[in-house]
Design a binder for this molecule. Structure first.
Ligand SMILES: [Zn+2]
Length: 370
């Protein structure tokens, strides 16, 4: 059986050896790429599908979502600030809305070219039939908060890895245990870090509006003692920052925190549109990028975003980093998260052996240099 040959004006491979190919061809057999190169070399290898004057890039990866909150799309107003947003979320989760809207279609939300989602969930076993039927790979990570309890090993077939919600909501000892569980299995540990204004004030001094919010809602773990450190420094002191940790948000980080993140090898997931929606501020994207911290992008949930479109997240990054190269920008949604998830031989590059899973570069970006 011959491979199918896909013809495109350009392919951006995310493969450092051959970053881009003009007048390109991609040979596909059994769902895998068997050759990528100039069209002239591949055109006689099999039946041809001409995709037209488009630029192909690897399929996109959403590195932070909570799909189980998708029924809350549009339910919480924008710009309330974190405390009011969280109160609205808690109130909505107490209602039966979750069940009522179970038939919610994701198709309007996911955007074009999505390959994979790192989905943080509270309840393992949730299946995302619509996304999976569309060929989207769901990497499910079970999230814990509160006091130490048994980490559910039996859920391994349902969820891939484990997450702690945040340092302010999860007992420190439990955060360490969850990270250790992930380390023992060679998997990614995810945690929301330095998202909320006042988070650092709370960890350093044990007071402030955010501290009052946490105490009033009984979110704080029992007998919590402020460590006298910023959120990032506190995470480092617990030993949970390394190259298999995905720190989500990192909005309120100073130069010292960025240094800690960079030296520990921590991966940071930017969720700029969610940050804007809730009104928690924006991370110092340029400084994080300059520090060469491997960055991913995520939408967070539909409780704090209009959609799950990774192109829109990349546009938000480009808006604050206008000089970033296309390759660097695309890497945040392709190569970097694919390698983090141990899926570098599946997604993240258009290279021989990887899945034939691509996205089409938006037309208005077609002239940007790689
Ligand atoms: Zn989140």
């Amino acid at each position: 059986m011959y491979p199918c040959i896909y013809k495109a004006r350009r392919i951006i491979t995310l493969d450092p050896d051959v970053p881009e190919i003009w007048d390109a061809g991609l040979a596909v057999q059994h769902g895998r790429i068997v050759a990528v190169g100039p069209w002239s070399e591949l055109k006689s290898c099999g039946p041809v599908h001409d995709l037209g004057p488009v630029t192909l890039v690897p399929g996109l990866i959403n590195a932070h979502a909570h799909l189980e909150l998708s029924h809350l799309a549009g339910a919480i107003p924008q710009g309330l600030g974190f405390s009011a947003w969280a109160d609205s979320l808690f109130a909505l989760l107490r209602t039966s809305a979750r069940k009522q809207n179970s038939a919610q279609s994701f198709n309007d939300y996911v955007g074009q070219g999505l390959a994979c989602v790192l989905d943080v969930c509270s309840r393992p076993g949730h299946t995302y039939a619509q996304l999976e039927q569309a060929g989207i790979h769901i990497v499910s990570v079970q999230e814990y908060a509160g006091r130490v309890r048994k980490i559910d090993d039996t859920a391994n077939t349902l969820t891939w890895s484990r997450a702690a919600h945040a340092l302010y909501s999860t007992q420190a000892e439990f955060v360490v245990q969850l990270k250790q569980w992930c380390e023992n299995q060679g998997k990614v540990f995810s945690i929301h870090l330095a998202e909320v204004p006042g988070e650092n004030e709370f960890f350093v001094h044990g007071q402030g509006q955010f501290a009052e919010f946490l105490r009033a809602r009984r979110i704080l773990p029992k007998n919590f003692q402020s460590p006298g450190l910023s959120a990032v420094a506190y995470a480092r002191s617990l030993g949970v920052l390394n190259a298999r940790t995905l720190a989500v948000h990192c909005v309120h980080v100073d130069d010292a925190d960025i240094d800690v993140l960079a030296h520990s090898g921590t991966r940071v997931c930017l969720c700029l549109r969610s940050n804007a929606w809730i009104g928690v501020g924006q991370p110092p994207v340029a400084a994080l990028h300059e520090a060469e911290i491997p960055l991913c992008v995520g939408t967070d949930s539909l409780a704090s975003n209009t959609d799950l479109d990774i192109w829109a997240e990349l546009r938000a990054v480009r808006a604050v980093l206008p000089t970033i190269t296309l390759t660097e920008l695309l890497a945040m949604a392709t190569r970097i998260p694919a390698e983090l998830l141990g899926l570098g031989q599946e997604y993240g590059r258009l290279a021989v052996g990887n899945r034939a899973c691509w996205a089409v570069l938006p037309e208005d970006w077609a002239e940007l240099p790689v």
